[in-house]
Design a protein around this ligand. Structure first.
Ligand code: MN
Length: 161
């Protein structure tokens, strides 16, 4: 075994942390709007071809509204919230599985009273997320349920933890 070999077992720790895993900002790109969300990369071995990340949002936190060619496979791990999936808004709870197809607008929002965390699997080799243009936003807001989902957050362009 050399120092590049992965640790074969990394223990689960208090507070939804894992041994040897750093808790990072959600995104390096702070121009993308998000709030109170962190990222831990749990698996990123080159030979896997995919990565498994754990994202956690503080109460009322949310991920970026975005779309991209790559897919997400998500499992809610803790807490309750809602997610935008294209033109639909769904409530989510622990252990729900969420598939996000290519080019589908998506965003996760934690309920106001609860921390929400989810696992997200992605291809290691993936395209950059696209943010909505003003025209895209207008189209999304034309769908009443989506408009309500988006207007729950008066803050539209701040970075966050
Ligand atoms: Mn995404």
């Amino acid at each position: 075994m050399n120092s590049d070999d992965p640790l074969l077992l990394r223990g689960f720790q208090e507070g939804y942390r894992w041994e040897g895993v750093n808790r990072m900002p959600y995104k390096e790109d702070t121009t993308a709007p998000f709030r109170a969300i962190s990222r831990q990369v749990l698996f990123a071995e080159e030979k896997l071809g995919c990565e498994l990340r754990y994202f956690e949002m503080a109460p009322d936190g949310h991920s970026t509204l975005e779309r991209h060619e790559h897919m997400h496979a998500v499992m809610i791990l803790r807490g309750h919230g809602r997610c935008l999936l294209g033109e639909e808004v769904r409530t989510v709870r622990p252990f729900d599985l969420v598939t996000i197809p290519s080019w589908t607008w998506h965003q996760f929002r934690a309920d106001a009273s609860e921390t929400m965390g989810f696992l997200c699997m992605v291809n290691a080799d993936r395209d950059k997320p696209q943010l909505p243009s003003e025209a895209d936003l207008a189209e999304l807001r034309a769908i009443p349920v989506v408009a309500r989902f988006l207007s729950d957050d008066p803050v539209t362009a701040t970075g966050g933890g």
